[in-house]
Design a protein around this ligand. Structure first.
Ligand SMILES: Nc1ncnc2c1ncn2[C@@H]1O[C@H](COP(=O)(O)OP(=O)(O)OP(=O)(O)O)[C@@H](O)[C@H]1O
Ligand SMILES: Cc1ncc(C[n+]2csc(CCOP(=O)(O)O)c2C)c(N)n1
Ligand SMILES: [Mg+2]
Length: 332
């Protein structure tokens, strides 16, 4: 495996689990909901509401990220961000993360420290008050990061995918297509002559396209907009991880409604905006005749055409990302 950092660092195999944990845990905050954070057999987290929201998301070296492209800080940031948006998509306030990492014994400890710093910085930026309350370490030939996130509904009902009604306003918050454009830049400009991801080429691509490559490697989704949508009466919501069209179809099917997007609301390249995965924006519906709250923007309307997705009335491609067909198993 390529050395992901140029600083000399012992490997996790040289230090061992206890010493690695002693270097990671001081970098993390348990957060306001933690009655007992990391250090015992399990954490104790307050759930004032009496219910808690829970979700999990896995990042695997290969289909989900490449060490040559992502810096350790990016990995921690993205692992937090993707989970926080799933909590937000329920209309909940994120409270706590549990983080499990399987890494080859040859992994520099600095890589796990960087992941911890990225987790902490993403929590600070996207979900202040939430923290990391525990996790696990193990060894594996493939670097794998599994995060489980918890959230609190603060007495509200959860916002489901199934609540949209014909006539509702369709609205979206966050980037549309930038993460996919960033991934395209990396595949086009950050692979060596053999097609393998290359760290120096990735640095150069990031310098040339900071917004797009940043949106792919360390996205800043509108996490706080989830609670804003819920308190503003959103009828349905989901986070857009696999592509706006593919995820919109999930909402349309769950609600048994049709969704018609307005091309004019999707920027200069509506098809890329509809296809691009990993923006982790929030797609929500609001009652007919209402103005969606900021940062939501109206992107279309809900109709009675059950399960049908259209762009200015025309059918759209809803294939999007699927880990079992979207990854070629190793090349690039
Ligand atoms: N291995 C599994 N065991 C049990 N439930 C699963 C498993 N994998 C997925 N699910 C459930 O299936 C549903 C759809 O999963 P999917 O990962 O497509 O949605 P998601 O979590 O919103 O995606 P994303 O994390 O990309 O936003 C979720 O409710 C998820 O909890
Ligand atoms: C190196 C590399 N190859 C491919 C991709 C593309 N990719 C990975 S996960 C995902 C969607 C969300 O996944 P999930 O639904 O599992 O949360 C997409 C589009 C990437 N980011 N990096
Ligand atoms: Mg989701």
């Amino acid at each position: 495996m390529e050395q992901p950092t140029r600083e000399p660092s012992p490997t996790v195999g040289e230090l061992g689990e206890t010493a690695v944990l002693a270097r990671i845990l001081p970098r993390l905050e348990p957060g306001e909901a933690a009655l007992l954070g990391a250090g015992d057999d399990a954490a104790v987290v307050a759930a004032h509401d009496g219910r808690f929201v829970v979700t999990t998301d896995l990042m695997v070296h290969g289909p989900d990220f490449r060490l040559a492209w992502s810096r350790p800080h990016d990995l921690g940031w993205k692992a937090a961000a993707t989970n926080l948006t799933d909590v937000a998509a329920m209309g909940a306030r994120p409270t706590a993360l549990v983080v499990s990492i399987a890494a080859p014994p040859t992994t520099p400890v600095s890589l796990l420290e960087g992941i911890a710093d990225g987790l902490r910085d993403a929590l600070d930026a996207l979900a202040p008050g939430a923290g990391v309350v525990g996790g696990d370490l193990s060894a594996s030939s493939v670097l794998t990061i599994a995060v489980t996130a918890f959230g609190d509904l603060d007495g509200r009902r959860p916002v489901l995918r199934s609540g949209a009604r014909p006539g509702d306003v369709l609205a979206h918050a966050g980037a549309r297509g930038d993460a996919a454009r960033g991934l395209k830049v990396l595949f086009a400009e950050a692979r060596d002559a053999d097609g393998e991801p290359d760290a120096d080429l990735a640095d150069a691509a990031r310098t040339r396209h900071p917004l797009l490559v940043g949106a792919q490697l360390a996205p800043s989704p509108p996490v706080s907009a989830g609670v804003v949508a819920a308190t503003s009466g959103a009828t349905a919501m989901l986070d857009v991880s696999d592509g706006l069209a593919r995820d919109a179809r999930r909402l349309a099917e769950a609600s048994a409604v049709g969704l018609d997007f307005h091309a004019g609301a999707l920027g200069p390249d509506p098809l890329t905006a509809m296809a691009g995965a990993e923006d982790h924006g929030l797609l929500a519906t609001f009652p007919a005749g209402t103005t969606p709250p900021e940062p939501f923007e109206v992107v279309g309307v809900v109709n009675g055409d059950a399960g049908r997705l259209t762009l200015d009335g025309e059918p759209v491609d809803t294939s999007g990302w699927d880990p079992y067909s979207g990854w070629d198993g190793g090349t690039g």
